[in-house]
Design a protein around this ligand. Sequence first.
Ligand code: HEM
Length: 102
Amino acid sequence: MTPDKAAERMRLRAQEVRPAPAVSDTLREIARKAPYMHDGRFKTLEELVEFYNRGGTKNPHQDNTIIPPELTEQGKQDLVALLRSLNGKGWQQVAAPRPFSK
Ligand code: HEM
């Protein structure tokens, strides 16, 4: 992701009303939204699933209920397939509504 794109993404996210300091985006259409995470650190869903499969980045603030799921190669592929299945059809053809007549 270019610095401009990252800055624009942060600006848009800052305008959103958030109920908590860290709230993940929707996974809808996720396969079309690479790169992933707020800083675009993962170029592919495979990289992202590897990250989650190792339990994320260890740090003193990580909740101890976060444990690596230890997915097999097949399990990781299945999870990527699940994420890819969250794409939909139809919205691409939706036109903006016509304004009401005055
Ligand atoms: C295997 C299980 C999980 C999958 C498949 C998954 C999937 C994803 C994906 C695809 C994104 C990127 C969204 C984007 O860039 O638009 C994301 C971001 C995020 N997820 Fe997960 N997630 C999982 C588990 C979790 C867990 C357990 C937590 C919290 C305890 C979590 C919290 C977050 C947060 C806070 C972000 C935003 C991170 C950022 O923008 O840097 N996720 N997740």
